[in-house]
Design a protein around this ligand. Structure first.
Ligand SMILES: Nc1ncnc2c1ncn2[C@@H]1O[C@H](COP(=O)(O)OP(=O)(O)OP(=O)(O)O)[C@@H](O)[C@H]1O
Length: 260
């Protein structure tokens, strides 16, 4: 792949809270059109890494290159501009409870663009249609299911046609069928909208089904110990920590997880 196919290049990143180092020596390239999984056991620093990539946590060393730009060397204003190319789905979906689903999806367009209200309304319909939620436009978040909230959160995350979508535990709290539907939707977002996706997830079936690249963070050494797609790591990696993590899934009866 050429350099133009690398959307983000993470170079020798160190993430800390005060004196406590969470991860160091984190390096990887995020390739255009990929679904990149950040993997590892509880507390290894997956969300912390995600936060550093979306501008919520400044790394203590290393670089995150977005295109040719060193993200954290930019002014806050410039980082905000770069963030317009990012869409984020937080674990809780983070919908505003006092706004309808439609108003939630409209919010980024109202705050960050000068589009007229009619255009915003049409775009909200379009985005909600994309995630199969057009019927829920006037409902409040409290009136819809967890899976629907995730889909509404996705509609809001794609409101500004992002180049990169960051998904923090998108299937957390969902039943297996709803979770599989969300996997299909994520694949549609990648294939239909051409988005590149970074996903933090504990859900191995979901990772095997959709992710084609990734990194495995180790909580003991505080470093990445493996790179590759979840399927490749499951089938070929011999590092004991990775094998133990993947084995949780391998103990289950085999299913066809080769989609994507
Ligand atoms: N604001 C903070 N201040 C201090 N320590 C923090 C802070 N946020 C997270 N941590 C610590 O950083 C480590 C990594 O946390 P993080 O949430 O990134 O892990 P994770 O891999 O996403 O975990 P999980 O899979 O359980 O969600 C943990 O030890 C956590 O306690």
């Amino acid at each position: 792949m050429s350099q133009a196919d690398t959307l983000i290049s993470v170079r020798d990143l160190r993430l800390s809270f005060g004196p406590k180092v969470i991860q160091q020596g984190v390096s990887f390239d995020l390739k255009r059109g990929s679904i990149f999984a950040i993997m590892g056991g509880s507390g290894c620093g997956k969300s912390t890494l995600l936060k550093s990539m979306i501008g919520l946590l400044r790394p203590t060393a290393g670089q995150i290159l977005v295109g040719q730009e060193d993200y954290w060397a930019q002014s806050g204003l410039r980082r905000r501009d770069i963030n317009l190319h990012f869409g984020v789905l937080f674990q809780s979906a983070a919908l505003w409870s006092s706004m309808t689903v439609g108003e939630n999806v409209a919010l980024p367009m109202e705050m960050l663009t000068s589009l007229p209200a009619d255009d915003i309304r049409r775009l909200v319909d379009l985005k909600l249609g994309f995630v199969g939620m057009e019927q829920a436009i006037d409902l409040m978040p409290s009136e819809i299911s967890g899976g629907m909230r995730k889909r509404a959160g996705l509609a809001r995350a794609i409101a500004l046609n992002p180049d990169i979508l960051f998904l923090d535990e998108p299937s957390a709290g969902l039943d297996p069928i709803t979770s599989a539907r969300l996997d299909d939707l994520i694949l549609t977002l990648r294939d239909g909208l051409g988005a590149t996706i970074v996903i933090v997830s504990h859900e191995l079936p979901s990772l095997f089904a959709i992710a084609d690249d990734g990194i495995f963070l180790d909580a003991i050494t505080h470093t990445p110990i493996a790179h590759g797609s979840p399927r490749d790591l499951r089938d070929h990696c011999t590092i004991p920590e990775v094998v133990a993590f993947m084995k949780r899934e391998a103990d289950l009866p085999p299913t066809d997880q080769t989609k994507g």
